[in-house]
Design a protein around this ligand. Structure first.
Ligand SMILES: C[S@@+](CC[C@H](N)C(=O)[O-])C[C@H]1O[C@@H](n2cnc3c(N)ncnc32)[C@H](O)[C@@H]1O
Length: 189
């Protein structure tokens, strides 16, 4: 949606990295497990922003496609990737209307929630491919202003995968974290 592009371009407009330099802690914690069970090296980063998670995956040998609506965020990702001599395909698209044109061994979704995209992403996984998902959980302690529709409700995330062909190999909710999150790893059959 155009309003999302405008909002995120504005957030990414400064010289600093709005999402920080470090990749998602969940991704870092799980990378050994991912590498041991992932069937190949094609990865897709949903709503990649400034590319912190795409860059981390590329450093671990994945060929990464990162998609985001914000050209400003993507430009920062491209700059960081070039500085690290990493070839990452950063593409601008609105994920509300996006249709996958290839298949992947790993799809990551960090800090983004578009429920309708989940079945499309699972369908774009290769056999035994992994889907790593983390997003913000609606809890009484959550700080700041959030639109409820974009928050996971407690217990909701596994239900979003329940009709998909495959199994959940990791699930946790961290309601007491600084930013409460739900985290899941799904493996396609
Ligand atoms: C909280 S940021 C997370 C970025 C990245 N996943 C990370 O962890 O650093 C949310 C991202 O979603 C992107 N976004 C929001 N709406 C979008 C849409 N409709 N299509 C594609 N990207 C979108 C924003 O541009 C932003 O980069």
């Amino acid at each position: 949606m155009e309003s999302d592009r405008i909002k995120w371009d504005d957030r990414y407009a400064g010289a600093e990295l709005a999402m920080g330099e470090e990749p998602s802690r969940f991704l870092v914690e799980r990378i050994d497990q991912i590498l041991s069970v992932c069937p190949g090296q094609e990865a897709f980063d949903i709503a990649c922003g400034e590319g912190r998670n795409s860059i981390f995956l590329a450093r671990h040998g994945f060929r990464v496609t990162g998609v985001d609506i914000s050209p400003v965020g993507l430009a920062k990702g491209r700059e960081r990737a070039a500085a690290g001599s990493l070839a990452i395909d950063f593409l601008q698209a609105d994920l509300e209307t996006y249709r996958f044109t290839a298949t992947y061994d790993l799809i990551v979704n960090i800090n983004f929630l578009l429920r309708e995209l989940i079945p499309l992403a699972v369908a774009a996984l290769n056999p035994r491919g992994l889907f790593l998902f983390e997003s913000i959980l609606d809890t009484p302690t959550l700080q700041g202003y959030h639109t409820r529709h974009f928050l996971l409700q407690p217990g909701e995330l596994p239900t979003l995968f329940s009709s998909q062909h495959g199994k959940i190999i990791h699930y946790e909710e961290l309601p007491g974290a600084d930013v409460p999150v739900a985290r899941l790893i799904f493996q396609r059959s």
